[in-house]
Write a protein that binds this ligand. Structure first.
Ligand SMILES: *Cc1c(COP(=O)(O)O)cnc(C)c1O
Length: 375
């Protein structure tokens, strides 16, 4: 069989009482009870471990947010401090700065573009750093090898949200990180019909995450695991396709008078391009741009609402293109925009480029920008 069967089971029957008393090793591949998964989930976890060089195992979670929350809870203890990148995905920031407080864990944001500021913030209780590159919304590419090396030198663990590039574009453990977390909802699922998350790491860190995940009863359904597995088969070609289209669109937008700056690390000359070229071997269809000075929020809304091929909605990494407006100030407090760019009106738009034809998408963006009724 090419694909693993969808193996639905909560209960596994033992031979007899003696067999039951013998128990089972707490590892993938051993039937115990449905909460420890079955062959469908194990096949997906194995594939994700193989995808991330340096990982010894992968834990699956019902969402990317669950993977982030559970990983941080696994690796931090009361009294510990976490440093979180200022360009983190908003729920990650809230988990770090709010949710973890109930467990006596404190967190501080740091500027991802100033690695020396990370070293300055490290105190004796600082135990981990939460990284993300490119950053959510504003797409700053940061020097992950340098940041991870600083963390390691201070005996801290570094965890990266590797959803944007996936290990295909950024093998995070090889670049010095200890844990690579992904929202599988995005590129791996790829078809906007499944939610899931993962954390991959070497031993013994992965064992700590596994133990925490089991304490918290984290489990994914075999049906969802099969969907994620099916998505994974085509992830590389989908990423290649949407990256190529995204670069064409980013270039086109960078020449449009209604656009102040394009935040697309794959575009030569764009912020973060040099670091992206140094460290990444691939990209994806997600990038942002900033509207020019003369565009106001109502005009931005007219633009987005006029789009036919782009839906308005959260998430990204699907086959279909999406657009959302954003304002980074409430979620990136140390430095809302990457330095050195024209922040224009300060009104951001994030695009997730799907698998549609590039010229159709550019045509749609052109008519949408015209619909603002300003030039
Ligand atoms: C969407 C997203 C997540 C959360 O994933 P869910 O599966 O939606 O919980 C985490 N990190 C990044 C960067 C994301 O864009």
């Amino acid at each position: 069989m090419v694909s693993p069967p969808v193996w639905r089971a909560s209960t596994h029957l033992y031979e007899d009482c003696e067999d039951l008393a013998r128990g089972r090793p707490n590892e993938d591949g051993h039937f115990y009870y449905g909460r420890r998964g079955g062959p469908t989930q194990w096949a997906l976890a194995d594939a994700l471990t193989a995808l991330e060089p340096g990982a010894d195992g992968t834990e699956l979670f019902p969402s990317g947010v669950a993977a982030i929350a559970c990983t941080l809870m696994a690796l931090l203890r009361p009294g510990d401090e976490l440093l979180v990148t200022d360009n983190a995905y908003e729920p990650t920031r809230s988990i770090a700065l709010s949710m973890l407080k109930q467990f006596g864990i404190t967190a501080k944001p740091f500027d991802p573009l100033a690695p020396e500021s990370l070293a300055d913030l490290i105190g004796e209780n600082t135990k981990a750093v939460m990284l993300e590159s490119p950053g959510s919304l504003t797409m700053e590419v940061c020097d992950i090898p340098a940041l991870a090396a600083i963390a390691r030198k201070h005996g801290m663990l570094s965890i990266i949200d590797n959803t944007w590039a996936s290990p295909l574009g950024f093998p995070a453990l090889q670049h010095g990180c200890d844990v690579s977390v992904m929202s599988l909802t995005k590129h791996v699922g790829g078809h906007s019909d499944v939610m899931m998350g993962s954390a991959s790491a070497a031993k013994p860190v992965i064992n700590r995450i596994r133990r925490q995940a089991q304490f918290m009863g984290q489990v994914v359904s075999p049906d969802d695991a099969a969907l994620a597995m099916r998505g994974l088969r085509t992830m590389q070609v989908r990423l290649r396709q949407s990256t190529g289209t995204a670069v064409q669109i980013a270039e086109w937008l960078s020449n449009h008078p209604a656009v102040a700056a394009v935040l697309c690390p794959m575009l030569p000359g764009a912020p973060g391009h040099d670091l992206w070229r140094r460290d990444f071997s691939g990209g994806c269809g997600l990038f942002s741009f900033v509207m020019a000075n003369h565009v106001d929020a109502a005009a931005r809304a007219r633009f987005i609402d006029a789009l036919d091929l782009f839906g308005v909605g959260f998430s990204w990494g699907g086959f279909e293109s999406l657009a959302i407006p954003f304002d980074p100030a409430p979620v990136h407090t140390l430095r809302p925009w990457p330095p050195g760019i024209d922040t224009g009106s300060g009104l951001g738009v994030r695009l997730s480029i799907g698998l549609e034809d590039a010229s159709d998408l550019i045509g749609d963006l052109a008519q949408g920008l015209d619909a603002m009724g300003i030039s």
